[in-house]
Design a protein around this ligand. Structure first.
Ligand code: S3P
Length: 234
């Protein structure tokens, strides 16, 4: 599962000078400060040397003694919600989805939040939602929305809250599978292009964060659940 490190953005998800209400006029390049494409975080120094093994080989989940929680990360269309729900069912654990938490907390759709406050407003709410999801307690599977890894604080929270599983799929596969829908305004214009750009910027973050990387491109949700369970030793 280990791969080349690549040019690794250590995206902060903390844009300075966020253009409020910026619309997704292009598949990338909105909602974030100049120089940083929407949803990509800000390219900066490589995260190498963070002291965290990158990804780790299959079976080497480094969950260790962290709480009984599985946090699914990955791009839009990777199957986090479907797999997460099935995984939680199988374990008899609670299932939470960070986008659903945002909607429940605000009474607004993801699209409405993007439209009124831009991506930056959404990211703030997303961080709060993630904290709430973790605060729900252990024995929880959390589907973590694709862009949550952009913020340092979110990544730190994920890292200490349980076993992080990256559902990895090639951008081409994601583009075939993904549905734009009300909660994915970043994909309004040209989904394949947007996904490719976002994936390029984010994959180093997923890789850096993941205790376990599961290739999600070629498997059914049921197969992925079994793979994850086998790897995390449950
Ligand atoms: C986003 C992913 C979406 C949603 C929002 C932004 C992203 O969630 O939070 O559209 O930046 O990757 P899913 O990953 O659940 O689709």
């Amino acid at each position: 599962m280990a791969e080349r490190a690549g040019a690794a953005p250590a995206g902060t998800g903390e844009p300075a000078g966020e253009p409020a209400g910026a619309q997704a006029a292009a598949p990338v390049g909105t909602g974030e400060p100049a120089a940083a494409p929407a949803g990509t975080g800000e390219p900066a120094a490589a995260p190498a040397g963070t002291g965290e093994p990158a990804g780790g080989p299959a079976g080497a989940a480094r969950g260790g003694d962290r709480p009984e929680r599985i946090l699914l990360v990955g791009m839009m269309g990777a199957g986090k919600t479907t797999v997460g729900r099935a995984l939680a069912d199988r374990l008899g654990w609670r299932f939470l989805d960070s986008d659903d938490q945002v909607v429940a907390a605000t009474g607004r759709t993801v699209r409405e939040i993007f439209e009124s406050g831009g991506e930056h407003a959404f990211r703030k709410l997303e961080s709060q939602a993630l904290e709430m999801a973790v605060a729900a307690g252990p024995r929880t599977v959390i589907a973590v929305a694709g862009g949550a890894v952009l913020r340092d604080a979110n990544r730190a929270l994920l890292r200490r809250s349980g076993t992080v599983v990256w559902l990895r799929a090639p951008a081409g596969t994601l583009a075939r599978r993904v549905t734009a829908g009300d909660h994915r305004p970043l994909l309004d214009d040209d989904p394949p292009r947007a996904l490719a750009a976002l994936a390029q910027a984010r994959e180093p973050l997923y890789r850096e964060l993941a205790d376990l990387t599961v290739d999600a491109g070629d498997a059914t949700p049921g197969e992925l659940v079994e793979r994850i369970l086998a790897e995390v030793g449950r």
